[in-house]
Design a protein around this ligand. Sequence first.
Ligand code: ADP
Ligand code: MG
Length: 454
Amino acid sequence: MGNIRANTPYSFLSNLESLFSVSLQNSHEIIANFHQEMRSGLAGIDSSLKMIPSFVHRPTGTEKGSFIVLDLGGTNIRVMAVELDGNRKTALAAVTRFVIPQPLICGTGDELFDFIADCIQLFFKNNSLGRQQSYDLAFTFSFPVEQRSLASGKLIGWTKGFTASGVVGKDVVTILSEALQRKEMGFIHVVALANDTVGTLLAGSYSDPLCDMGVILGTGTNACYPEKVSRIVKSAGLGPPSGEMIVNIEWGGFSRLTTNIYDRELDSASNNRGKQQLEKMVSGMYLGEIARRVIVEMMKQGLLFSERSLPVFSEEYMLRTEHLSLIAQGSDLFADSTLKNVSAIDIRTIREICRIVSTRSARIAGSAIAAVVAWMDENLESDRTIAIDGTLFEKYPGYRENIMAILHELFGERAKKIKLELIRDGSGIGSAIIAAVAASGRDNFPHQTPDARI
Ligand code: ADP
Ligand code: MG
């Protein structure tokens, strides 16, 4: 489908609304296709869902200890000190958040990891942690990794705009440990490597035994769930067939959605063309850019602001999801800008664009959540908690409600059995739980059979 042609903002927006709509029918199709892709991914057949075994199962709630956690997200680095009391309670003893500077995202891997080591060094300094003793560090790494053991794994490929060189195909724990050595922090030992979704699920189920799904809605988006070992066909021999292993779906890669012209143009201009289709329609990294592309088109057609203002919106990714979030909250972002003669209709139009783009995101995310729920519990018979981490979910006005709306359309009254639980920093807290399991020696999966394929 090509672009919208309209004579008034109103008619453009009403066309835009249909272009971005995810109907109940569409949602059912997404779920059916999702299940097919999950099945293929688990069988090792070509699929847009990688379905990566994590070699981790859910915790018992008795895991105990204090750990340093490094959580490398798509926008932020969080370094924290996590305490697990062995009785379903976790505490963040200290946390420092850093924003990853843009040039490092596209520079060399060494520069990126040197910066990460600097963040850890600063965290130690700020919290007066001594260098005399050794520390166990759990590493939450929010990119697709082929896990080799609890504390090693190769980066399959970057997502979320990262291109840092020399990392793809390498063990990220080795790279981090080398950076720590370079900065004279060899007293820190990386004892666990976890995907952020797996961390989030672990953090959720540590405190709530009903929790059986972890979801990320931040810079990127992804999810994981506990799968019966017998159903992970591609990796036979991973443990007792009746047991469970958490599977990292890598759902950002799901490629069977209906895209429109804005999605296709965003994809063509991206540095990972043809990849991460769902992520590009749903996650925080991209919503602002989708909206910017719509705004530019409306300006070109003389339906928004004045054409003289076009240069204001010409830079890719200059409009960010946090801006959309502010606009959705009713703040007048453009009051201080160089835009001239902003009318009440312009403001209303921009708000509508934000609503349309964010609603589609939440309805696709809700459909993907429903697909995984139905995979585990076809008729939604049990109560279930879904642990969600990520600032998009936490802060975008109405995002949770939009997810719940599609769940209600799909499941009716039974949707009430689903609890969406925000676990702030869960992605990091959960990898401390993996570190605790590793320290206790209770990890019972034979690590990485040689033919385990992902
Ligand atoms: P990370 O992805 O690095 O782990 P977060 O979960 O905090 O970190 O997600 C950061 C992303 O969340 C940003 O890239 C942005 O897209 C989005 N975001 C940031 N602030 C807001 C906000 N106020 N409302 C909605 N989304 C936001
Ligand atoms: Mg994160």
